[in-house]
Write a protein that binds this ligand. Structure first.
Ligand code: MN
Length: 263
């Protein structure tokens, strides 16, 4: 039966009955990276330097060197990224279970709320309201928050740094706790530069989308885009980080499989 399912899936992809939606931002030197206040060490933005381009250094080939932090652009947060997940044996980019790189996605659309309130916080109440309409979030699913934040193409507006820290939407601590403890999700994904709200340094616990998710061996996805092209339920995400030895995360290409019709 599984064999037949896989053959049908392959056929549906080839025939475009199942569409592949790219949820990935372009990786380039202008890609915004998270800004930390001193004394914390900053991350490197994306850098690229030419090795050769059909020239004396390589007459028939073109290639570049690139460098960046593990958490640059559209990227994966592995559980060891946070101190709460530091001892998980299967919590680094090279040790996480690859079976979990493919999982269904639930998309909670709070874009209208975020347009009105840059510091909008997703609550358990709001998640339950979503479930009333779309059904219970299944165990092992990605939960993605559609904020339309990726449409902020100006890096300054995307980071939205103010005197009291970033004004960026995200989940409150209770929402994260609910997704971890009551729904046993695969992970939590957002369109913003990091998985936590801009003001999450003041939450209890601080940075709950990191502290609680990673402590429970759950993943994170940040700087996603095109969430407005996904249905609330039914999409399947393919999100596999680079197999960096002991890595805390990595830039990656996030793809969503979406059925074109109900048949
Ligand atoms: Mn990250």
């Amino acid at each position: 039966m599984a064999k037949d399912t896989l053959a049908k899936l392959a056929k549906a992809i080839v025939k475009h009955k199942i569409k592949v939606i790219d949820l990935t931002q372009r990786l380039q030197p202008s890609t915004p990276v998270i800004q930390l206040p001193p004394p914390f060490a900053p991350t490197k933005p994306f850098e690229s330097s030419l090795i050769s381009r059909y020239d004396d250094k390589g007459p028939a080939w073109y290639w570049n060197n690139f460098a960046c932090g593990e958490h640059t652009g559209t990227h994966f947060d592995a559980p060891v990224h946070w101190v709460t997940g530091k001892d998980l044996e299967d919590g680094a980019t090279d040790t996480v279970d690859p079976q979990r790189f493919i999982a269904p996605a639930c998309v909670i659309d709070v874009s209208k709320d975020c347009a009105k309130d840059e510091k909008f916080l997703l609550t358990p109440k709001r998640i339950l309201a979503w479930e009333k309409e779309h059904g219970k979030i299944p165990k092992g699913a990605w939960v993605l928050m559609r904020s339309d934040w990726s449409k902020r193409t100006d890096p300054a507006l995307f980071l939205n740094m103010k005197e009291d820290g970033p004004h960026v939407p995200g989940p409150n601590a209770d929402a994260v706790r609910f997704l971890v403890e009551e729904r046993d999700v695969n992970g939590w994904g957002v369109e913003a530069v990091g998985t936590d709200a801009g003001q999450a340094f003041s939450f209890e616990p601080a940075f709950p989308a990191h502290a609680l998710m990673h402590g429970a061996n759950k993943f994170g996805l940040a700087s996603l885009c095109n969430l407005d092209q996904l249905p609330a339920t039914g999409a399947v995400l393919i999100a596999a980080p680079l197999k960096i030895a002991g890595g805390s995360g990595s830039p990656l290409r996030v793809l969503a499989l979406v059925s074109d019709s109900d048949d």
